[in-house]
Ligand binder design. Structure first.
Ligand SMILES: C[S@@+](CC[C@H](N)C(=O)[O-])C[C@H]1O[C@@H](n2cnc3c(N)ncnc32)[C@H](O)[C@@H]1O
Length: 309
């Protein structure tokens, strides 16, 4: 099954199984937007708002989750997951694409959203177990997918789960504001002796300062419903995101992280790398370099396992 199938499964379900009235969904989308603009914590008040979310935000947040899970978790054993601020279950649905027979603990203040998360998870992945009670045991992965930034007392929230979890993934929008908050969280977790797995390959001060910030991006295909709800003609949109991944055990140190889209020219590549020494390096790698062929394939967000020749 290809990525496009994965992207569309929930959209087909909420459109065909739960009824679909374009005009009502568009109104619901506008209500969500004015809530976001007013800085309100917007919920999923009715099925039209859930549908608006599934067609506009979900494709982007889901794809970001898939990307990070694919990047870090392919070789790890994950059996149990805490999806904190799960909304309609975006991160859990993405994890279910990679792992079978997962045990889920879902934390969500919005009852309606949690009900949909359980419905979607059990419908598409019936072999998973979804626990209805709060987490009571140690778990493998805790994920905050676009949720920690909404929590006032995030320190207390992290304190309550860190002792119980092996891996902690925090995803936020790729804006300067969210990046600054992530840097505060980074310091907080490092002080707890958490091992930082990404995106940084070091624990020194972040070298991206002033108007620069660490973020990555995925291209998200826009369905015709997406275009109808949000307006605009383009077939793709770019979703910027930032993240932090911590673990209890240290990870093999990578040489660096590609922190901007590499620029490919005729015979050379311009790179921007955050190195394991906590510095930004902007090398130009020519055809004569032993690394040229490998680096030609690398993309924004990749880690480099070897020093550049
Ligand atoms: C932006 S949404 C993200 C939803 C989902 N994780 C996703 O990636 O699509 C943030 C979610 O966090 C939830 N949330 C915020 N503060 C919370 C709290 N104190 N307790 C539980 N859930 C919370 C909100 O209700 C909302 O569903």
């Amino acid at each position: 099954m290809g990525l496009f199938f994965y992207m569309n499964f929930l959209q087909e379900y909420v459109q065909h199984e739960l009824g679909w009235h374009s005009r009502d969904v568009k109104k619901a989308y506008q209500a969500l937007q004015s809530g976001y603009r007013a800085g309100e914590c917007v919920g999923y008040a009715n099925i039209e708002q859930v549908q608006a979310y599934v067609f506009t935000r979900f494709p982007a947040t889901y794809q970001v989750c898939l990307k990070l899970i694919g990047k870090y978790f392919n070789d790890l054993k994950i059996h149990s997951v805490l999806d904190w601020g799960c909304g309609i279950g975006t991160a859990s649905l993405a994890l279910s694409q990679h792992f079978e027979n997962l045990e889920y603990y879902l934390v969500e203040q919005d009852k309606q959203a949690k009900t949909y998360a359980i419905e979607f998870l059990t419908h598409f992945f019936p072999n998973n177990i979804v626990h209805h009670e709060e987490i009571s045991k140690n778990i493998d992965l805790s994920v905050f997918s676009y949720s920690l930034g909404e929590v006032q007392n995030w320190q207390k929230t992290l304190d309550s789960i860190w002792d119980k979890t092996k891996y902690l993934l925090i995803i936020e929008p790729g804006t300067t504001v969210h990046f600054k908050r992530l840097m505060i969280i980074r310091d907080y977790m490092l002080a707890k002796e958490a091992k930082l797995w990404g995106p940084c390959c070091h624990t020194k001060l972040c070298p991206l300062q002033d108007n620069d910030w660490c973020h990555f991006a995925v291209n998200v295909p826009r369905s015709k419903e997406h275009r109808m709800l949000k307006g605009g003609e383009r077939g793709f949109e770019q979703e910027a995101y930032s993240y932090l991944l911590f673990a209890k055990e240290p990870r093999n140190i990578d040489f660096g992280r590609v922190v901007a889209a590499p620029r490919l020219h005729g015979g050379h590549i311009d790179l921007k790398i955050c190195t394991k020494d906590g510095a930004i390096s902007t090398p130009t790698v020519g055809r004569s370099s032993g690394n040229y062929k490998t680096l030609k394939k690398c993309v924004w967000g990749d880690s480099l396992t070897h020093e550049l020749l």
